[in-house]
Design a protein around this ligand. Structure first.
Ligand SMILES: [Zn+2]
Length: 214
């Protein structure tokens, strides 16, 4: 059966994308990658929570040493918790994970892949959207026998505070969405991702449901 696949990190954008898609009453599944980083366990738990809350089947894929693969050849700071490697496209694992998501989606009957990158994450001229579409086109060229898959970017014109507002409209469980780079039981409140989360909720202006340690 044709369905929609959502690439989920367990963060705010993918959580809101999941709740938004759920409202469309379309068959939907989630795919989540654990790349062996500090906050991976909490991100997986957040994705599982969304999966259960919305009745969306979840495909979990674990690459426990993917982050470690780049240790020694990439700037250690980029690999450290303070600088999320996934936020910097030039050192990001995201294109590889998207390519795998495209392949998995096409093999399993998905017609659409939802990626919750925000306007800021798209970069100037939204070049990351163009790059991701090329990944899908390359997969289509390499595997022409399978049905094609369309990549959707529902938040390409929205900032993070606007995504939070959208989440409030669809009653997304934003408190459970995980952003922190650290592996603590609550958000640390001080890492780059926590600071971005705090600033986005502050800009949203209707309260922050997150419990921060600092
Ligand atoms: Zn943090």
């Amino acid at each position: 059966m044709a369905y929609t696949l959502i690439l989920s990190s367990g963060g705010i954008e993918s959580t809101v994308a999941s709740y938004t898609t759920h409202g469309n009453n379309e068959p939907t599944r989630l795919i989540h990658f654990d790349i062996g980083h500090s906050g991976g366990r909490q991100e997986a738990a957040a994705t599982e929570k969304t999966s259960i809350a919305l009745g969306m089947p979840l495909k979990k894929v674990s690459f426990p040493d993917l982050q470690g693969m780049f240790s020694g050849i990439m700037d250690e700071e980029a690999l450290a918790d303070e600088g999320d490697t996934r936020c910097n496209f030039e050192v990001s694992f995201l294109p590889g994970l998207i390519e795998l998501s495209i392949l998995y989606g096409r093999q399993s009957g998905a017609r659409q892949l939802v990626i919750g990158l925000t306007k800021e994450q798209m970069g100037d001229g939204q070049q990351k959207m163009a790059a991701i579409k090329k990944l899908a086109e390359a997969n289509q060229e390499y595997n022409p026998e399978m049905p094609s898959l369309e990549v959707l970017f529902p938040f390409s014109e929205l900032t993070k505070p606007e995504v939070i507002a959208q989440g409030a409209r669809v009653n997304a469980d934003l408190a459970s969405a995980w952003s922190c780079f650290k592996g603590f039981y609550q958000h640390c409140g001080t890492c780059a991702s926590c600071r971005e989360r705090k600033a986005a909720f502050a800009a949203y202006g209707n309260g922050d449901p997150t419990v921060y340690l600092g």
